[in-house]
Design a protein around this ligand. Structure first.
Ligand code: MEV
Length: 442
C-alpha cells in the first residue's frame, strides 16, 4: 500500500494521531490502540508529564528498572539503579559487586571535569593577523559578552575556563575554531555551553565587522558555520579500579587464581590490540554505564559517543579497560570520559530519576561519574570472568530463559518447572522448546 505524507502531524491531538496511524499503517485494526493505551499511566498528570518530554508522544515505552546492590565504592555501600532490557546485565553487575565487596571494593579518582565546545568558522585572513586580533581584543570581548549567561554558573563555581583560537587551515581552507573549555559543575551543561557558543558566534561576527585589523574583502569572507558543544570530552574523565592479591582472587569457577589472572589479563590485552574484540568488550562496558545513565536521567547517546571516540583516540579503536598482574597483584581499571549532570534536564522532572538520585544519596556530578565508571568496570569484569571460564551463554541464557518461555506462552507453573530443570544445565533455545513441547504433550 502506498502511504500519503501527513501535514501538521504534531498539531493533531494524541487521539487523532493514533487514529491516523491506525488507518494509514495498521489496516484499521483497533487492537493496536489497546497496546498503546495499556502503557498509558493511570495518573493523567504523570502521563502528561511524559508526553511533554518529547514531541508526538502516543504512549510510553517501558524498560525494566532493576537494582544491583552491594557496590562498595570509595568506602560507601551503594545499590545501583539500572534501566536496561538485556536480561543478564543487572545480574552480572550484582555478581561483580559481590565479588569485590570483601576485597576493598571499587576505588575512583576524578582526573578532570573540563567540557568543550567550538565555534567553527571560515575566515580568509592570514593566521597571524587573526591570532593577534584574538589575543588583543576578541578573547576579552567574548568573555564580556557571555557574562550574563555565565553569571549563575560562576556563582556555583563553574563557567568558561578558557577560550583558544585553533588554526585548522591545514586540514580545510580558511577553517578556524574558537575552542572553549567549561566547568559546568553539577549540570551536564549542554544548554549552558551551547548558549555561550552561540553568543561567541554573534560576538565574533560583530567584532570582526567593527575591527580595523581587516580589509572589507576579508570581513566579507567570514562565515560562522556552527556553534556547538563537543560530546567528546577527553578531559572530563574518571578512573575506577579494583585490585587484590592474585592469591585472594578466589574465583569459584574451578580454575586456579593464577590461571584466572593470566587468562583475564590476556582477554584485556586482546581487547587492547584487536578492534573487533574491543568493540564487543566496550559494548559490554556500556551495558553497565548506560543502564545507570538512563536510570539517572542522563543522555546515553552522548556517553556512548564520547566513550567510543575516546577508545579510538590514538588512531586505533581499543579497550577502555586495562589490567596488570605484576608482583602478585591483580589490578583492573577503566578510564572513562563521561559528561553527566545531577541537576537540569530530566533530573528534577522524571519521578524515577528523582528516585535513582535519592537512592544514590543525591550524588554530585563527580560522584555520579565515579558510580558510572564503576558500573562499566563491574560489567566488564563480569563479562570477562564468564568468557574466560564458563563461557557467556551459561549465565546469559539462564537469564534469557524467561523471555523464551514468555514467548511460548508458558504458565507460572511451567516457568517454575523450567527454572528447576535448567538449574545445573546450560539453557539452549532448542532444549527449552523441545522440553516445552514434551511437557505440553503429556
Ligand atoms: C553482551 O551484551 C556483552 C558481552 O558480549 C560483552 C563482552 O563480550 O565482553 C558479553
Amino acid at each position: 500500500m502506498n502511504h500519503q505524507p501527513v501535514e501538521g502531524f504534531s498539531k493533531l491531538s494524541k487521539q487523532r494521531k493514533i487514529d491516523w496511524l491506525i488507518s494509514e499503517y495498521l489496516s484499521n485494526d483497533r487492537s493496536y490502540e489497546q497496546i498503546l493505551q495499556q502503557y498509558w499511566n493511570n495518573s493523567a498528570e504523570l502521563q502528561k508529564l511524559h508526553e511533554e518530554f518529547s514531541e508526538n508522544t502516543i504512549s510510553n515505552f517501558y524498560m525494566p528498572y532493576g537494582i544491583a546492590p552491594n557496590f562498595l565504592i570509595d568506602g560507601k555501600l551503594l545499590a545501583l539503579p539500572m534501566a536496561v532490557e538485556e536480561s543478564s546485565v543487572v545480574a552480572a553487575a550484582s555478581k561483580a559487586a559481590k565479588f569485590w565487596i570483601d576485597k576493598g571494593g571499587f576505588k575512583t579518582t576524578i582526573i578532570n571535569t573540563e567540557k568543550l565546545g567550538h565555534t567553527h568558522f571560515i575566515f580568509n585572513v592570514e593566521s597571524h593577523k587573526l591570532l593577534h586580533f584574538f589575543n588583543f581584543s576578541l578573547k576579552k570581548k567574548l568573555l564580556e559578552a557571555t557574562e550574563d549567561i555565565t553569571s549563575n554558573m560562576r556563582k556555583r563555581g563553574g563557567g568558561i575556563l578558557d577560550i583558544k583560537l585553533i588554526d585548522k587551515t591545514s586540514e580545510m581552507p580558511n577553517y578556524y575554531q574558537l575552542k572553549a573549555s567549561f566547568d559546568t559543575v553539577d549540570s551536564m551543561g549542554a544548554n549552558f555551553i551551547n548558549s555561550c557558543l552561540e553568543q561567541f558566534g554573534k560576538t565574533l561576527r560583530q567584532e570582526v565587522a567593527e575591527s580595523t585589523d581587516f580589509t572589507q574583502e576579508e570581513k566579507d569572507s567570514l562565515q560562522i558555520v556552527m556553534n556547538i558543544l563537543s560530546n567528546f570530552t577527553p578531559d572530563c574523565i574518571v578512573r575506577a579500579e579494583v585490585s587484590c592479591k592474585i592469591e585472594e582472587l578466589n574465583d569459584d569457577s574451578g580454575i586456579s587464581n593464577e590461571e584466572f589472572a593470566r587468562k583475564f589479563k590476556q582477554a584485556v590485552t586482546i581487547a587492547e590490540i584487536e578492534p573487533f574484540r574491543a568493540t564487543t568488550h566496550n559494548k559490554g562496558i556500556m551495558n553497565g554505564v548506560d543502564a545507570v545513565v538512563i536510570a539517572t536521567g542522563n543522555d546515553f547517546r552522548a556517553t556512548e559517543a564520547c566513550a567510543h571516540a575516546y577508545a579510538a583516540r590514538n588512531g586505533k579503536y581499543s579497550s577502555l579497560t586495562h589490567c596488570t598482574t605484576d608482583n602478585g597483584i591483580f589490578r583492573f581499571w577503566i578510564d572513562l570520559p563521561i559528561s553527566v549532570g545531577v541537576v537540569g534536564g530530566l533530573t528534577n522532572l522524571h519521578p524515577l530519576v528523582k528516585f535513582s538520585l535519592a537512592l544514590l544519596g543525591k550524588p554530585s556530578a563527580q560522584e555520579l561519574m565515579s558510580i558510572l565508571a564503576v558500573s562499566g568496570l563491574a560489567q566488564n569484569f563480569g563479562a570477562l570472568r564468564s568468557l574466560i571460564t564458563t563461557g557467556i551463554q551459561k549465565g546469559h541464557m539462564k537469564m534469557h530463559l524467561l523471555n523464551i518461555l514468555n514467548q511460548m506462552g508458558a504458565t507460572e507453573e511451567e516457568k517454575q518447572y523450567f527454572v528447576t530443570y535448567f538449574k545445573d544445565k546450560t539453557v539452549s533455545h532448542h532444549e527449552v522448546i523441545s522440553e516445552f513441547n514434551r511437557l505440553r504433550a503429556q
